[in-house]
Each structure stands twice: as structure tokens, then as C-alpha cells.
Design a protein around this ligand. Structure first.
Ligand SMILES: Cc1cc2nc3c(=O)[nH]c(=O)nc-3n(C[C@H](O)[C@H](O)[C@H](O)COP(=O)(O)O)c2cc1C
Length: 199
């Protein structure tokens, strides 16, 4: 039995490759771990607000000094962090938009990377507090970037997750989807293989 958090960030519901491949991956995880339950945070359907002055202002104050507004904003972040910390496995769907992750996924990371909750400062620098889980990331891209210096998606996501202590991260990349039929099919076949290897 595993507690699975699925974070979707494609803006589209129909025809999304990250949604298709994350769904396949979740089915595999469920089959291997009967009785698992899934919580989905769909950032495409319901984008979460960007960090703003209210939230940041509230973060700087003790809870008893926060305004109603600041408390409500902090509670929204807390809910996202609770979802993350309650999970054994996280499956992230990350569409590539303009060479990086979607702004909605960036916003999710901005909320969940919080000092005192998912990392802490120590004399020896920051230490992650959320390391006790596995993360799978499914990316989809029009071009091909894996292993090149202009892959700003995978190294960036690894850095963000590593910062909160999560080192066990596996990627499935669906690449080449805008490079013609043959390349698109090749990209899918590679992603299928990567999924099969996870099973
Ligand atoms: C706004 C936008 C920006 C995009 N930027 C890039 C890009 O910089 N590089 C790339 O290879 N593909 C880019 N694409 C193509 C997407 O990465 C590709 O369609 C991918 O399949 C999207 O994920 P999804 O299928 O889950 O929606 C972009 C697509 C959109 C809609």
C-alpha cells in the first residue's frame, strides 16, 4: 500500500502526454502495490496563486500575529506541503513550456519549499526534511533535450527536489513530439521503454 501524490501541470486536459504517461505510471504503481491511494493536485485545472506580499509577510511573523488574510494564505501553502509530506511516492507531470517547467509547477515548488517544513537551515547550510519518498517525473517536450546543456527542466527539478532532501528521482521523458511523425513515435517508444523498466 502506497500513498501516491500526483501533481499535474499541463494546461491541457485533452491530448496531454504528461497526463497520459503519468496515468499509465500510476496504474503500474497501483498494480504493484495493491490498496494504494492516490491524491491528485491538478495545477492545470486549478492553478495555485503565485507567492505574494500577503503570504510572504505572514511567513515572517509568528502565527499569533498574522492577519486573517495572512493566515488563509499560509493555510493554502500548508495544505500543499501536507499533501507532499503525506506521500510515499510523488508522480509529477511536467510539460515543457518555453524551455522550462510551467509557471504553475514553479508556483507549486515555491509553496512547498518552505523553511522549517521541507528544509531547515543549519550551521552547515540547508538540510532537506522531505527526503523520505520516491519521485517520478514525466516530462513531455516538442524537441529533444535530455542530456544536453539546454535541458533546463530535468536538472532544475532535480535541484529543487534535492534541496528538500529528495534524491530518489526517476525521469520518463516523452521527447521529440514536434519533430515529425517518425521522431514523435521514437520519443513515445523510448518513454514506453522507460515505463516498462520501472515496472
Ligand atoms: C506554451 C507552450 C510552450 C512550449 N514550449 C516548448 C519548448 O520550449 N520546447 C519544446 O520542446 N516544446 C515546447 N512546447 C511543446 C510541449 O512541451 C509539448 O506539446 C508537450 O507535449 C506538452 O505537454 P503535454 O502534452 O502534457 O501538454 C511548448 C508548448 C506550449 C503549449
Amino acid at each position: 500500500m502506497k500513498k501516491i501524490l500526483v501533481v499535474q501541470s499541463s494546461a491541457r486536459q485533452e491530448g496531454s502526454l504528461t497526463r497520459e504517461y503519468t496515468a499509465q505510471l500510476v496504474r503500474q504503481i497501483e498494480a504493484a502495490n495493491p490498496g494504494s491511494w492516490v491524491v491528485t493536485r491538478d495545477l492545470g485545472a486549478e492553478p495555485i496563486p503565485h507567492l505574494d506580499g500577503t503570504l510572504l509577510g505572514g511567513w515572517m511573523k509568528p502565527a499569533e500575529e498574522q492577519t486573517e488574510e495572512e493566515r488563509a494564505a499560509a493555510a493554502r501553502s500548508e495544505q500543499l506541503i501536507d499533501e507532499l509530506l503525506a506521500s510515499d511516492i510523488v508522480v509529477i507531470g511536467s510539460s515543457m513550456y518555453n524551455f522550462g517547467i510551467t509557471s504553475t509547477l514553479k508556483s507549486w515548488f515555491d509553496h512547498v519549499l518552505l523553511a522549517g517544513r521541507t528544509f531547515k537551515y543549519t550551521e552547515n547550510g540547508p538540510v532537506g526534511l522531505a527526503g523520505d519518498r520516491k519521485v517520478y517525473v514525466v516530462t513531455a517536450r516538442g524537441g529533444r533535450y535530455a542530456g544536453t546543456p539546454i535541458d533546463f527542466q530535468e536538472p532544475y527539478i532535480r535541484q529543487l527536489l534535492g534541496f528538500i532532501g529528495i534524491q530518489d528521482v526517476e525521469f520518463v521523458n516523452v521527447e521529440g513530439q514536434a519533430l515529425g511523425e517518425e521522431e514523435a513515435a521514437k520519443g513515445r517508444a523510448e518513454a514506453d521503454q522507460a515505463l516498462a523498466a520501472i515496472a
